[in-house]
Design a protein around this ligand. Structure first.
Ligand SMILES: Cc1ncc(COP(=O)(O)O)c(C=O)c1O
Length: 357
């Protein structure tokens, strides 16, 4: 029988498992007429905050907006500097630019794709106003021990046990490819600080003064925007939240199988047992050969990320980040999601074990 491709993500299969519950929840929202705000959004905000170990949660439009709202609520102003790690999706730095501030890109640890505390401390300057450590691939970023507020970018980290809770605000993404996703763009900000929670709630609603229609205030010096979590997306998210433990457990089991199947010269990430697995990443000096080998066997792969943020042309010139560059040259991601069958996992394991560079 002809082999079928093994994809990095399979959203149609994900939906199929939860189709009845998801479609019923979406239909209920549509029929209720409560399409903006309302009890479905509120319930997801409460559950979302708890997932990240925080007291207050606010559903927003996307993970990018979550970062922007966090920066605005902290009063970050044009000309301020914000530290970001060299390895992350572009949005971590892009959000800083969006609020008019300057991202200062900090190298990662030599053996883990996480902001290096010493490099972050060395990058502090008189204009540094905040830092955004990223829990990349679901790995806990160490506390960089900085004298400025931290926003933890937890876009890839739903499913922690226990939650990491780094800094004052958690910013999460529920983009469809995340372990916990909506059926489109969605995100969450969460915090223990009631004042920050209120500031982000106001900022996400044009700075509108509660109870006074068409009266708008600045919050932490900023004009607000519209960034709300749609009730339809909240309905999808609510169903998916119930499925999260299963997804995390399945991904961990698949990752454990891959760990045992890695060919000589490849190393697995040094994960903590409570970390969810957003991507399964391996490192190999023969990364490109291995990627081609797997492609011949119809196993999809991806590189997260092909270049460090320090080399992104959209940002101002940055100091080079050699640890991150090595990561970009050597790392490879292979399929690891709850929709993979045992047979597909075995095919990936065999392809890894048979690799001859
Ligand atoms: C680390 C990280 N930060 C921020 C984001 C932005 O999230 P979104 O795509 O929901 O705007 C993402 C998502 O892709 C991400 O992976």
């Amino acid at each position: 029988m002809a082999l079928t491709p093994i994809p990095m993500v399979d959203l149609a299969a994900r939906h199929l498992r939860l189709a009845a519950a998801t479609e019923a929840a979406v239909l209920a929202v549509l029929r209720s007429g409560q399409w903006v705000g309302g009890p479905v959004v509120q319930a997801v905000e409460v559950r979302g905050a708890a997932l990240f170990g925080r007291a207050h949660g606010l559903g927003v439009n996307s993970g990018t907006d979550a970062l922007i709202l966090a920066l605005l609520a902290l009063g970050v102003q044009p000309g301020d500097e914000v530290l970001v790690p060299a390895l992350s999706f572009f949005a971590t730095a892009g959000a800083v630019v969006r609020v008019g501030a300057c991202p200062v890109v900090v190298d990662v640890l030599p053996d883990r794709p996480l902001m290096a505390p010493q490099a972050a401390q060395a990058a502090m300057g008189p204009r540094t106003r905040a830092a955004i450590p990223v829990h990349l691939f679901g790995m806990r970023c160490p506390d960089p021990q900085l004298p400025v507020p931290l926003i933890e970018d937890a876009a890839q980290a739903a499913g922690w046990a226990p939650p990491a809770r780094l800094g004052v605000i958690t910013a999460a993404s529920f983009y469809p490819t995340k372990t916990l996703s909506a059926a489109g763009d969605a995100g969450l900000v969460a915090t223990d600080d009631p004042q920050l929670a209120q500031s982000m709630r106001l900022l996400a609603n044009h700075g509108g003064v509660p109870g006074q229609p068409h009266l708008h205030q600045r919050v932490a010096g900023h004009v607000g925007l519209n960034s709300r979590l749609d009730a339809v997306q909240a309905a999808v998210l609510g169903v998916h939240m119930g499925d999260l433990p299963r997804r995390v457990a399945r991904r961990r089991a698949i990752a454990a199988a891959y760990d045992q199947a890695l060919p000589a010269g490849c190393t697995a990430l040094d994960r903590h047992s409570g970390d969810p697995i957003h991507h399964y990443i391996l490192r190999s000096p023969r990364r490109d050969r291995l990627g081609a080998w797997l492609a011949e066997r119809l196993v999809s792969t991806a590189v997260y990320y092909p270049r460090p943020l320090s080399a992104q042309p959209a940002l101002q010139p940055q100091a080079p980040c050699p640890n991150a560059q090595r990561w970009c040259d050597e790392s490879l991601s292979i399929p690891c999601h709850a929709e993979l069958s045992d047979e597909q996992v075995e095919r990936v394991c065999s392809a890894l074990q048979e690799f001859r560079p």
